[in-house]
Write a protein that binds this ligand. Structure first.
Ligand code: ADP
Length: 268
């Protein structure tokens, strides 16, 4: 299908998908992780990737964040080729400044928080808005304080991340991602590194983000209850392929594929 495929928006206007994978191939050495993957995420849609460990879910998020090099194929953000495009019938890399323009639309929250340990919470959140988006320090700090309030950490603005619990650090990481006003938010097993009693506070914040914004979300999680609550669609992966693509009500109660049934039986 061509990259210009569209769906219709509410007013009959053409709306491009927020994300589109076209024949995406990813190899690490001679290990092929993704072998011609195709899927789309509509604007505002929340899509969760589930499946066994090693099936390529995190690699998909890292490709969108341009943290991994795309071996072949194309990824489109709002219809715009992200890292590679067809020019004169040849697949060529895009210029770094074109890639950067698109990656500023994308935020990611990692399993291991990845906060800057030598900066305060406030500095962590304002760094990119000031240096990447060119916002004034005052404006960035105002927004950061609003976001800290939203994630329940208004009193931690001047703390250093190492003094915070894992759950608090992850809430700062969520605020940091939101401070860039992303159109697309990638969540990579954001509760997997947390002690069980800290998982709830992080999922609570994410439920709130899902409810109160129209940010497109691509989520990798083992928290099936959370996936069921926030997702519009769930994609079951196995060995780099989509085994099943269904709304959560179907995926979690009445999956059509044996592979999905076996996986869910093992994890639920
Ligand atoms: P999942 O998120 O579904 O657990 P991943 O995307 O993390 O799966 O990994 C998919 C496969 O790619 C695994 O076999 C993993 O070992 C491999 N892989 C991921 N990152 C690298 C890397 N940087 N170098 C080599 N192999 C990798």
């Amino acid at each position: 299908m061509p990259a210009t495929d569209t769906t219709r928006g509410p007013a009959g206007t053409a709306v491009l998908p927020a994300l589109r994978f076209e024949n995406v191939v990813k190899r690490f050495g001679d290990h092929t992780v993704l072998d011609g993957l195709n899927f789309e995420v509509a604007k505002g849609e929340r899509v969760t990737l589930i499946g066994p460990s090693g099936s390529g879910k995190t690699t998909i998020l890292r490709l969108v964040m341009t943290l991994e090099h795309l071996t072949d194929g194309f990824i489109y953000v709002d219809g715009d080729p992200l890292t590679h495009e067809l020019r004169g019938g040849r697949r060529v890399e895009r210029r770094p400044k074109d890639v950067a323009r698109l990656t500023t639309k994308i935020g990611m929250v990692f399993q291991q928080f990845n906060l800057f340990p030598n900066m305060t919470v406030l500095e962590n959140i304002t760094e990119a808005p000031v240096h990447v988006l060119g916002r004034s320090k005052g404006e960035a700090e105002r927004r950061a304080r609003e976001l800290l309030d939203q994630v329940g950490l208004a009193d931690k603005a001047h703390a250093h991340p190492t003094r915070l619990s894992g759950g608090q650090q992850q809430r700062v990481a969520i605020a940091r991602a939101l401070a860039m006003d992303p159109e697309i938010l990638l969540l990579d097993e954001v509760t997997s590194a947390l002690d069980p009693e800290l998982v709830g506070e992080v999922l609570g914040v994410l439920r709130d983000v899902a409810r109160s914004t129209d940010i497109t979300m691509l989520i990798v999680t083992h928290e099936m209850q959370f996936a069921a609550e926030v997702s519009d669609r769930v994609l079951m992966f196995d060995q780099g392929r989509i085994v099943e693509d269904a709304p959560p009500g179907v995926m979690f109660s009445d999956p059509g594929e044996e592979r999905t049934q076996a996986f869910l039986q093992a994890v639920l």
